[in-house]
Design a protein around this ligand. Structure first.
Ligand code: PMT
Length: 406
């Protein structure tokens, strides 16, 4: 996937510069052509010679050090790149880019760039959480820059928290995925709405009813749809996952809030995928104050929530509607029943009692049931692979003429 790809790596000053060196080496070994720009502070940590040796190209450090008289270096580099990655990205560089400041080789080149730009921040946890940095990142997000969120862990400054540059191996995988998806963007210009995670139904201000959904399946779908070129809206229940870059996220708590969020986007949607584990019932009364314990049992009266998938099935015009079925027995029978009763185009069934399937884990075992009566049984695979499989089936449904037998 990396063969011949032109990657411009912009290295700014932080201890994680050593990871950028490892990244350069891995990308080059993978066949990519890597050119490096270093900020002045990056050179305090590692010399340009390291990156020159690893990338086998001149390293750019100064806007006015024009190496080739026939071109202007920062314009030439900006035009050359298929992908620009700023890693590690300091708070200072993020601030400059967010405000259109062009006072060094990196910020000047990025202002001239039309290629996709990824930012991989690395800094102290408090710096990362500072409102100024958050605001600058939000602005870059609006510009269409994609963020590779830092990891949590021990930081060089002695703190433990979020701020470690993502590992070079992971960055390489993300870059490979990007080029592999860019080859073919079957969902380009399609609006895809995905629900993920659990809902919480309040009992009183301190208690709620929920379920075991981690959101991993829905988030994997959101990332896979984004990589296939879709405009993705992710409606997420409360989960503790990294927000996928390049995806619109709306956070909700209850089934009713999820219903409202989905309906707001439904008329413009081309595909709706309901991976969320939505509560079927909620307490009939939500107590304004904390319920005090009393002698004897407590009986909660419950009422039905809206069946969002069913309502979408009744209202759909052109949308491809994909539901899930989380079952513990008679999976085929129930999944096929949901296909009809909810007027869905596809139901992705998983037996949540089976090891490796369902809630929480990194893997799933899915069977995809379709309106034409066909069923595609998949083996144990990662949720990412399952998401790609589901979306390939969705693409085939959108363009039945191009349907392939796999
Ligand atoms: O989040 P993970 O930890 O990765 O776990 C993944 C998963 C198990 C949650 C996921 O793979 C899954 O099966 N999601 C659907 C869970 C569920 O609620 O299934 P259900 O069979 O109860 O509902 C059927 C369909 O109706 C689902 O698409 C659901 O989103 C939808 N529904 C349900 C109730 C409701 N009130 N409104 C709905 O739209």
């Amino acid at each position: 996937m990396l063969q011949g790809k032109k990657i411009l790596l912009c290295v700014t000053g932080g201890i994680a510069v050593y990871k950028a060196a490892a990244l350069t080496s891995k990308l080059t070994q993978g066949g990519a052509r890597v050119k490096v720009i270093m900020s002045a502070s990056a050179q305090q940590f590692v010399t340009p010679l390291t990156f020159q040796a690893l990338s086998r190209h001149d390293v750019y450090t100064d806007t006015f050090d024009e190496k080739h008289p026939q071109v202007i270096a920062h314009i030439d580099l900006a035009d050359w790149a298929d992908l620009i990655l700023v890693a590690p990205a300091t708070a200072n560089m993020i601030g400059k880019l967010a405000n259109g400041i062009a006072d060094d080789m990196i910020s000047t080149t990025l202002l001239a760039a039309a290629a996709p730009v990824w930012i991989a921040p690395a800094m102290n946890v408090h710096m990362y959480e500072h409102p100024a940095v958050k605001r600058n990142m939000a602005r870059l997000d609006e510009f269409g820059y994609r963020f590779i969120e830092p990891n949590e862990g021990f930081l060089a400054c002695g703190y433990v928290g979020k701020g470690r540059l993502e590992e070079p191996e992971t960055l390489v995988h993300l870059i490979e995925d990007f080029f592999s998806a860019a080859k073919e963007q079957p969902l380009k210009n399609k609006n895809v709405v995905i629900t993920a995670g659990p809902t919480r139904e309040a009992i009183d201000p301190v208690r709620f009813l929920t379920n075991h959904s981690s959101g991993k399946m829905g988030y994997a779908l959101a990332e896979a749809a984004r990589d296939m070129g879709a405009n993705v809206s992710l409606i997420s229940g409360p989960v503790s996952l990294k927000e996928p870059a390049g995806v619109e996220i709306q956070r909700i708590q209850s089934a009713e809030e999820m219903y409202q969020a989905v309906m707001e986007r439904f008329s413009d949607a081309d595909i709706v995928i309901k991976a969320a584990a939505v509560a079927d019932y909620r307490p009939k009364t939500v107590h304004g104050d904390k319920l005090k314990k009393q002698e004897g049992d407590l009986v909660l009266e419950m009422e039905r929530t809206k069946d969002i998938l069913k309502i979408l099935g009744q209202k759909k015009t052109h949308q491809l509607l994909i539901g899930f079925a989380a079952e513990t027995d008679r999976m085929e029978e129930y999944a096929k029943g949901k296909l009809i009763s909810k007027n869905a185009d596809m139901i992705v069934a998983n037996n949540v009692k089976t090891k490796g399937a369902g809630f929480g884990g990194e893997t799933n075992i899915i069977t995809i049931y379709k309106r034409d009566g066909s069923a595609k049984e998949c083996q144990l695979m990662t949720k990412k692979e399952a998401a790609q499989e589901i979306l390939r089936e969705a693409v085939a449904e959108l363009a039945p003429g191009e349907k392939e037998c796999k």
